[in-house]
Design a protein around this ligand. Structure first.
Ligand SMILES: Cc1cc2nc3c(=O)[nH]c(=O)nc-3n(C[C@H](O)[C@H](O)[C@H](O)COP(=O)(O)O)c2cc1C
Length: 352
């Protein structure tokens, strides 16, 4: 992303923006950088120390990172604009308090211009006097190890003198919003457009008939190219594969983009034109859309695509389907409005 920003800057310079535009460009690059940083989900900490009068000070920070186990080091980056920057630059000790999901109010308080951020809070002093907030998910009492100037922030490297943690779920921050961990397991299944495995297939028509290929003695399938990690590669692989079998097709419109639950991959099916006089390779055949061997198509997703193709041909109205197994998906008609996948199959005029 940093390269993109640099590229953007070079491109803008070559295109020769007027001097008054340069401020806008700089502001825009900063915004892009902020957004890119914001794509990284983090936990939230409150970094605390005592000022030269012995009063506790602190600010909300998500720039925390563990650095080393031996010696035990961590870092956090206070902004040079912090009202307490001199305290943090010179403090012999400081603490990092990792907030739990129940402490959003504390995060907001230590990020806002509040006179006494510690008012009404329960806290104790760590081994070197560092302010430790009660009931956090984790805490680190640190001695100063190194302070590095880094742009508009300091990198404060602390040596962990003592630490602890509780079983609280963490408070999270992502794209400028507070979040919590949902008790939903991470899905291995890819989503269309962001998949680890992608296959491109064709709904090739010759003289109004649909091309299918044999998948076994008594089953048929939509011709699919080999699986690839990137869409462009999957599309090329599909065309190359068909060409190797002597079939020259032209992919026209996307027809169906969906996550195939059975195969755990995203499938991009395109309508494709077959030359009217093209010979068919062995194992392929043409079927009238009104007479497709649906009962011999094993993959449910593929069967649904063919069912839709047959119905759309009858209605004379084609669309693009986008969806995944977790949701019904939508068919966006090339003209007119979109409709939900289940509604599509209700006879027209039937109340839902
Ligand atoms: C989620 C979150 C993370 C933040 N992370 C940092 C950070 O890592 N470093 C920093 O200097 N400010 C960070 N801030 C901003 C400070 O908390 C905020 O500017 C605060 O008012 C600084 O107070 P001070 O000027 O009294 O130090 C963050 C704010 C939020 C809400």
């Amino acid at each position: 992303m940093m390269n993109d920003i640099a590229d953007g800057a070079v491109r803008a310079t070559q295109n020769g923006p007027a001097p008054q535009d340069q401020g806008d460009l700089a502001a825009n690059r900063k915004k892009v950088l902020r957004q890119a940083f914001g794509s990284f989900a983090t936990g939230i900490t409150v970094v605390t120390a005592c000022d030269r009068h012995g009063n506790p000070v602190g600010f909300t920070a998500n720039s925390f990172a563990s650095v080393s186990l031996d010696p035990p080091l961590l870092l956090v980056c206070p902004s040079l604009t912090s009202s307490n920057i001199e305290t943090f630059r010179n403090a012999a000790s400081f603490a990092v308090n990792v907030l739990g999901a129940h402490q959003e109010e504390i995060s907001r308080r230590f990020a806002a211009p509040v006179d006494d951020r510690f008012a009404g809070l329960h806290w104790t002093k760590g081994p070197q006097g560092q302010p430790l907030l009660d009931d956090c998910a984790g805490w680190f009492a640190c001695s100063r190890h190194q302070v590095i100037d880094a742009g508009d922030h300091l990198v404060l490297v602390g040596k962990v003198e003592d630490c602890g943690n509780m079983a609280h779920p963490p408070l999270l921050f992502h794209r400028g919003q507070y979040r919590q961990i949902a008790s939903v397991p991470v899905q291995r299944q890819p989503l269309a457009g962001a998949a680890t495995t992608i296959r491109v297939g064709i709904l090739a028509l010759q003289n109004g008939k649909v091309l299918l290929q044999r998948a076994g003695a008594d089953s048929w399938e939509i011709p699919l190219g080999p699986a690839r990690r990137l869409f462009g590669e999957a599309r090329n692989a599909c065309e190359t594969d068909l060409a190797a079998r002597g079939l020259s097709v032209t992919l026209t419109h996307p027809y169906s983009i969906y996550d195939d639950g059975e195969q755990c991959e995203s499938r991009f099916l395109f309508l494709a034109d077959l030359p009217p006089d093209a010979d068919l390779p062995a194992g392929m055949a043409l079927f009238d859309p009104g007479n497709l061997p649906l009962h011999q198509v094993r993959n449910i997703g593929m069967r649904d695509v063919l069912r839709r193709l047959a119905q759309e041909r009858q209605r004379g109205r084609f669309g693009v389907f986008v969806g995944n197994p977790a949701a019904p998906g939508r068919i966006s008609h090339i003209t007119g409005s979109s409709e939900s996948w289940p509604d599509f199959f209700l006879p027209e005029g039937q109340p839902t």
